[in-house]
Design a protein around this ligand. Structure first.
Ligand SMILES: *Cc1c(COP(=O)(O)O)cnc(C)c1O
Length: 395
């Protein structure tokens, strides 16, 4: 059925949980209830490094430890630098704060008209609907408020958020995020999406979620029906490494796609996870095979305790350069830096433009060869404008 059924490296089945009936393993509530959340639990499954042990002890004050059994099985236990492990197993690097790091790295608190709403761009809002996730990414940009480890006291309120959107007709695009919105019950999601759909000026609804990656079992036929009912609902998932492209993720994406949900992917450039061209290329090819369009590649935000996971932004530019022209255009994400302090996402591109003169644009192609394209002569254009206007055809 699939052209490349070797889509996953790590199809380890139930691993440590092989004595659990398959029915339970495939039940998302079982997966949530049996998450690894404590150092002692993690140590029974994985030989931790001293750095990781220290990180786990620190995690409860910074960002809780949580890994679903399904996602844990994507880790190669023999590899202390496993790319999946680096994303979810705490390490001592989290205990250090580099001078450039911030608790609110992209200045969300400065553009918050009501609790849970971030209104930075003129026509769209970010609506934070929960502070919980199925598992916690150690570089989380919202570690200040998710998992309840710090004193943020996040009490997202649907009603005040919805009312803000209802009373601001300029909002045509709503992005549900959190925490992970897909941890809400079907009933709550149905209500939220239904209320948003009733607002005439809301044209575009999307959800940012890592649930298909951490907990693909949550993508049930019932949930897909809700998306279908309120569609089009767009989804941005978060896959960083090809090893996350499992059969389970592939099947979840298929269920979503067949329910009419267009899926994009947002990756974060992470040191020793995906900061090389070969890994990124393999990832984006696998995403296309799952009907997922790579959307953004983010430079890692300057979140407190993330220095050990941040790659140099120049590597991101080099990766994009190695992709453009060398592989399918659909596969190439836009590399962005979410500007520290709240400037929004800024696209960062390799330099293809050499010069723009009065008469032409001088550029280089993906092989470094120079090309020229003429610009429209502005003097001639002015002459054109002074010519008598033509009678409009329909008047
Ligand atoms: C990322 C983001 C959006 C969505 O931006 P797009 O470029 O449209 O994907 C909206 N609001 C906030 C605050 C964001 O951070």
């Amino acid at each position: 059925m699939y052209p490349n059924d070797s889509l996953t490296h790590w199809h380890s089945g139930q691993g440590h949980w092989s004595d659990i009936p398959a029915e339970q393993w495939h039940d998302w509530k079982w997966q949530l209830k049996n998450r690894i959340t404590k150092l002692e639990q993690l140590e029974t499954y994985l030989e931790l490094t001293p750095d990781e042990r220290a990180g786990c002890l620190f995690a409860k004050d910074k960002l809780a430890l949580a890994i679903t059994p399904y996602f844990f099985n994507l880790i190669d236990p023999k590899d202390p630098n496993d790319p999946v492990r680096r994303q979810v197993v705490p390490s001592a690097g989290e205990m250090k704060t580099a001078p450039e790091e911030l608790l609110d790295p992209v200045g969300e608190e400065n553009t918050k008209p009501v609790d849970g709403i971030v209104h930075r761009y003129p026509d769209r809002v970010l609506f934070l609907v929960t502070d919980r996730c199925a598992a916690y990414c150690r570089y989380c940009t919202r570690s200040r408020l998710v998992s309840n480890a710090q004193d943020y006291n996040f009490h997202p309120e649907f009603e005040s958020g919805l009312e803000y959107i209802r009373t601001h007709p300029e909002i045509r695009d709503v992005l549900l995020s959190g925490g992970d919105p897909l941890l809400l019950s079907d009933k709550k999601l149905d209500y939220l999406l239904g209320e948003l759909r009733k607002i005439p000026h809301v044209e575009f609804i999307r959800i940012g979620s890592r649930i298909p990656v951490f907990l693909p079992q949550r993508i049930t036929p019932e949930l897909c029906e809700i998306f279908k009912k309120h569609g089009p609902i767009w989804l941005s998932i978060h896959v960083n490494h090809p090893n996350e492209c499992s059969h389970e993720l592939r099947d979840a994406c298929e269920r979503l796609s067949f329910a009419g949900v267009p899926i994009g992917n947002q990756s974060v450039l992470l040191k020793a996870v995906n900061d090389d061209a070969a890994t990124m290329k393999s990832l984006i090819h696998r995403l296309l095979m799952m009907r997922v369009r790579p959307y953004y590649l983010y430079q890692c935000d300057l979140i407190t305790g993330s220095a050990h996971l941040r790659a140099d932004a120049r590597i991101g530019i080099e990766i994009i350069k190695s992709l453009r022209g060398h592989t399918t255009g659909y596969a190439i994400p836009q590399f962005v830096i979410d500007a520290p302090g709240g400037g929004g996402k800024i696209p960062i591109n390799p330099e293809y433009i050499q010069a723009v003169t009065d008469s032409e644009i001088i550029m280089r192609n993906f092989q470094g060869e120079e090309y020229r394209y003429p610009l429209i002569d502005t003097a001639a254009q002015a002459l054109d404008k002074s010519a008598p206007e033509l009678e409009p055809i329909l008047m």
